[in-house]
Design a protein around this ligand. Structure first.
Ligand SMILES: [Zn+2]
Length: 81
């Protein structure tokens, strides 16, 4: 049994990096203009997010999530789910 095993490494390089759901996305606050890092996991499941600086709560919708996703896609990242 001496058949060479060929590992196709190039295949991986054409696939964009898949981001973990735990990656933190900076979301800017309308109130104090500072960024709060929120995990993708939270963004997907929440309809509102709270600023960690001034505790202002603002709605976070599906449209905004789509915007973040398309920005990530353009940077070569893919989000699962
Ligand atoms: Zn704020």
């Amino acid at each position: 049994m001496s058949q060479p095993l060929r590992i196709i490494a190039e295949a991986d390089q054409s696939v964009s990096t898949i981001l973990s759901e735990r990656v933190l996305i900076p979301v800017s606050c309308d109130h104090c203009k500072q960024d709060t890092d929120i995990s993708l996991e939270t963004l997907k499941t929440s309809s509102a997010i709270m600023c960690e600086h001034c505790y202002a709560v603002r709605p976070f919708g599906h449209t905004e999530l789509q915007v973040i996703r398309s920005l990530l896609n353009r940077s070569g990242y893919r989000v699962n789910g």
